[in-house]
Ligand binder design. Sequence first.
Ligand SMILES: Cc1cc2nc3c(=O)[nH]c(=O)nc-3n(C[C@H](O)[C@H](O)[C@H](O)COP(=O)(O)OP(=O)(O)OC[C@H]3O[C@@H](n4cnc5c(N)ncnc54)[C@H](O)[C@@H]3O)c2cc1C
Length: 411
Amino acid sequence: MFELPQRASEVRDQVHDFFQRRILPNHGLWCEQAAAGQAAPEIERSLRAEAKALGLWNMALPRLADDEPGLKLSNLEFTAVAEILGRLEWASRVFNCHAPDVPNMELLQLFATPEQKQRWLTPLLEGEIGSAFAMTEPLVASSDPTNLATRIERDGDEFVINGRKWFASNASHANCELLVVVGVTDPNAAKSKRQSLILVPRNTPGVEMMRDLPVFDHLSHTNTHPEFTLTNVRVPVANLLGEQGAGFAIGQARLGPARLHHCMRAIGECEVLISLMVLRSQERSTFGKRIDEYSSTQAAISHSRIELDQCRLIVQQAAFLLDTVGNKAARKQISMIKVAVANSYQNIADRAIQLFGARGVTNDTPASRAFAKARAFRIYDGPDEVHLQTIARLEAAEQDLTTTAYYLANA
Ligand SMILES: Cc1cc2nc3c(=O)[nH]c(=O)nc-3n(C[C@H](O)[C@H](O)[C@H](O)COP(=O)(O)OP(=O)(O)OC[C@H]3O[C@@H](n4cnc5c(N)ncnc54)[C@H](O)[C@@H]3O)c2cc1C
């Protein structure tokens, strides 16, 4: 078995202990408070304070500076921790390790000016505010970001922004104060140089939240996906993040770690689903046999275990590559894990639903939500097809075909 660095095991044990003692027993309370409309449930806020006091904070930011709060783990070290956080939807928030704030903090670490860092990064690191990343637009195929239509136009010392965004996760959450908006600054530049990123305070006049979008009929106050418009929104030119025209490249830098963390958390959730499958199949009998005695049940559980362990290994490999060679060089592995994990996650959730029978399609087990989340995961952070295109392109470029013809000639 692949051994993780010792420090990763130590931190994982601490997080596991906190999860078992403080988070899991409070899940019922969290659900009650969330259902009552609390965007940041009271129990979540008090557990955040506890986790922060223990130093179990900002564990997903390998670039954390010495004077910034939190525990700096490498991506590989974080894989073990993220699996625990993935077991419940809100657990990552307790440790300030949740999307989209983590990838947004990473963006700010890499590209923000000292003033931008002070205004936005510091409160995000402290967990005082939330943020959103607004790229996708309802009116254009946004899996190809060169299609984006939102305009960012210079007018004296300001940029004026006009456009319509949707699925900007967290943008309508009560804590969200920062929108990182992607838009076109120069429509006549080369395709990859047209876009820029701009920091927009959420309360800027002209930003109008229209509606929160359901994901398979599920509307959440704690994890929102709004549609909103930007109409003549004015921000100072100093709010540009990074170079003008570098939005495409900067956005790519954000996506590697974001995808990796989603995959790690999904693996943790799949562990819960496999465990539920085992439990359920031992508890019920049909036609004189316990359900776990049927070969179809054994195959469902075994295939889930095989797929999940394969996923874990390539996720660890991708994390190691991100740590050692960087986002760009690791992009094939990042696309590989995105496709592999999203599909295995969906398969495992589907098998869990089947084993629970009618109960599987209700909300009485985590399986139906997991299935919906997995299905969405095959689209967000890039649809399957786009990643498969990337993998095939890079695979072809990496192949050394000089001796390959030999195998045909001498077959
Ligand atoms: C739950 C959830 C959360 C999200 N969070 C965010 C967020 O925080 N911020 C944000 O900006 N966006 C977010 N998104 C949006 C998401 O990133 C986009 O939906 C995604 O990039 C696809 O863009 P699109 O919906 O415009 O689909 P399109 O670009 O219209 O693509 C539709 C389909 O066309 C096909 N297709 C596209 N390209 C190819 C290709 N090269 N080869 C073959 N087939 C292809 C695929 O089947 C694809 O699914 C979220 C989405 C969901 C569901």
